[in-house]
Design a protein around this ligand. Structure first.
Ligand SMILES: Cc1cc2nc3c(=O)[nH]c(=O)nc-3n(C[C@H](O)[C@H](O)[C@H](O)COP(=O)(O)OP(=O)(O)OC[C@H]3O[C@@H](n4cnc5c(N)ncnc54)[C@H](O)[C@@H]3O)c2cc1C
Length: 504
């Protein structure tokens, strides 16, 4: 062991969940000593660990990020950016996104899924859309403090309702959507701008909220006596004193050295696929670990709208460093309008690449699917590419899901026809499972320790004092929209519970 740090709380994972736990804990217990252990390292082309790729000063990296993000769907971003193979030695692994197959898992039934392997996790790549969770998305178990949890999560993510539009062309799209849906929405849930985890920087640029914004010490930890980031360490198991978590064992990827890091509390924020994996590797093998994997279905769509169809609405050019002018939203409204609609508007250029000839309107529809126990991760004793238990994903849709997906595709075609008019060019694509990167439910909360869940509503793992889990894996409900804001409420709850335990 070359270093030591006397930690009160050890957080596994430096993504948005790890950062939110750290930030909320810091707010409640400013002198609590926090150790964050992360498998990946800093992304090349960024100026600091945990920084979002969009916000780098490196113009080439930013342009490359925007070019990938402009595809408008997570799986297409990942398709261009993910590593499909993992090197024989983790020391040689480039920071970034990896497919499940690359890491040695069987993801054939969840083929478009990917995981982050860099400081900041997916929070250094994400689009930052933060629709407000609503209705069936809100867990009964957290209903009592939901408003406070959501307000805190929104504060950490700096969620802003209207930094992207509506421009006049965006207003045209909103109006056409309102016509297409003909008022079939719950109060306040009509077409509107998308809340985003974006803020205006000092130079007027719109910056994305990544882990280094949520918890700035991630970017410059040596300046902070109460925080240490250990990157390039794969946590292989939780360390126990009896049933009580007392730290973690980790492998240093650069040297293969085995290390042990101790702490009063351990919080696992390792994403919805690797949080249950680490629990399994640590001997927490309750029936609910890895079960109830849920993800909304994802229908990508796009309609090219020529200027002649825009009723004179002005088309704005792109701001520097952006790939869209408008980020718009049609929230789900329960049975009368079950889908979540994520809409982007960008100028469309004529063949000369200089004259604006219309707009391209990206229209993704997310369709809720039922939570079913048989959708799950099945772990094996075979090691994955980094020595943790490999898993296969069992995932399918039932007849009811298929019916909902078919109806959503019909509605999407109808809405695109209204937006595009007679000269619009629509396209539609049902994406493969896993493509949203919004998986949830694999270490779900439950009211009682009755086998239906892995932890309580504050992320405390049943019968394992000192061990907490946070993130989308803890959400027990079917999530319809983008999952991150809802997931952050679990991070806020864990931080509150840990702070209370430390104070006791
Ligand atoms: C291109 C893209 C666009 C997206 N757009 C949106 C959006 O608009 N809105 C939205 O809500 N969501 C979006 N998402 C999803 C969103 O980014 C994730 O929901 C969120 O970032 C997950 O945060 P997390 O902290 O749970 O996990 P992660 O970001 O995956 O972080 C987990 C970290 O844990 C580390 N880790 C895992 N296992 C171990 C281990 N054993 N030892 C040490 N470290 C470990 C990983 O390396 C990783 O860095 C998008 C994702 C991508 C990639």
């Amino acid at each position: 062991m070359t270093e030591s740090f006397d930690a009160d709380v050890l957080i596994v994972g430096s993504g948005i969940m790890g950062a939110t736990v750290a930030a909320e804990l810091r707010r409640r217990r400013p002198t609590a000593r926090i150790l964050m252990v992360e498998a990946g390292t800093q992304l090349p082309g960024t100026e600091a660990p945990g920084m979002h790729l969009h916000d780098t000063q490196d113009g080439a990296v930013r342009e490359s990020y925007n070019a990938h993000a402009a595809a408008g769907t997570q799986s297409m971003y990942v398709g261009a950016a993910a590593h499909a193979g993992f090197p024989a030695s983790p020391a040689d692994a480039e920071p970034g996104l990896y497919t499940l197959g690359a890491l040695g898992h069987d993801g054939a039934q969840f083929p478009a899924a990917a995981v982050g392997w860099n400081v900041g996790g997916m929070g250094a790549h994400w689009t930052a859309a933060c629709p407000t969770p609503w209705g069936t998305e809100i867990p009964d178990l957290t209903a009592q403090t939901w408003e406070e949890d959501l307000a805190l999560a929104s504060e950490h993510l700096r969620v802003t309702p209207d930094l992207f539009g509506p421009t006049p062309a965006g207003r045209f799209v909103l109006d056409r959507m309102a016509t297409a849906f003909a008022g079939a929405w719950a109060p306040g849930r009509g077409p509107q701008t998308m809340p985003m985890a974006v803020f205006e920087g000092a130079d007027g640029r719109r910056l994305r909220v990544g882990p280094a914004v949520i918890f700035p010490p991630i970017a410059h930890d040596r300046a902070d006596p109460h925080f240490r980031l250990l990157d390039g360490r794969v946590v292989t198991r939780v360390l126990w004193d009896g049933d009580t978590a007392v730290g973690v064992a980790a492998t240093r990827t650069s040297t293969g050295e085995q290390e042990e890091w101790l702490a009063e509390r351990v919080v696992v924020c390792a994403d919805p696929l690797r949080t249950p994996q680490l629990l399994w590797a640590s001997g927490v093998r309750d029936a609910a670990v890895g079960r109830g994997l849920n993800e909304h279905a994802f229908i990508a769509g796009r309609v090219l709208v020529p200027e002649s169809e825009l009723s004179g609405a002005r088309i704005e050019g792109l701001s520097e460093g952006e790939w869209m002018t408008d980020s718009l939203w049609m929230p789900h409204s329960g049975p009368q309008q079950p889908g979540h609609w994520q809409v982007s508007v960008a100028p469309l250029y004529a063949d000369d690449l200089a004259t604006v000839s219309g707009v391209t309107v990206g229209i993704s529809v997310y369709v809720p699917t039922a939570v079913r126990e048989e959708n799950r991760l099945v772990f094996s004793d075979e090691p994955d590419a980094v020595g943790l238990p490999s898993f296969s994903v069992e995932f399918s849709y039932d007849d009811e899901d298929e019916g909902s997906i078919a109806r959503a595709m019909d509605t999407q075609r109808a809405v695109m026809a209204v937006i595009g008019g007679s000269d619009g060019i629509p396209e539609q694509l049902r994406l493969a499972a896993g493509s949203s990167l919004h998986a949830s439910g694999t270490t779900r909360m439950s009211r009682d320790d009755d086998g239906s869940g892995v932890c309580d509503a504050n992320g405390r793992v049943w019968r394992r004092p000192g061990l907490f889990v946070a993130g989308a894996s803890v959400l027990p409900t079917p999530i319809v929209g983008n999952v991150t804001l809802a997931a952050c409420t679990t991070a806020v709850r864990v931080a509150r519970a840990v702070a209370e335990e430390l104070a006791a």
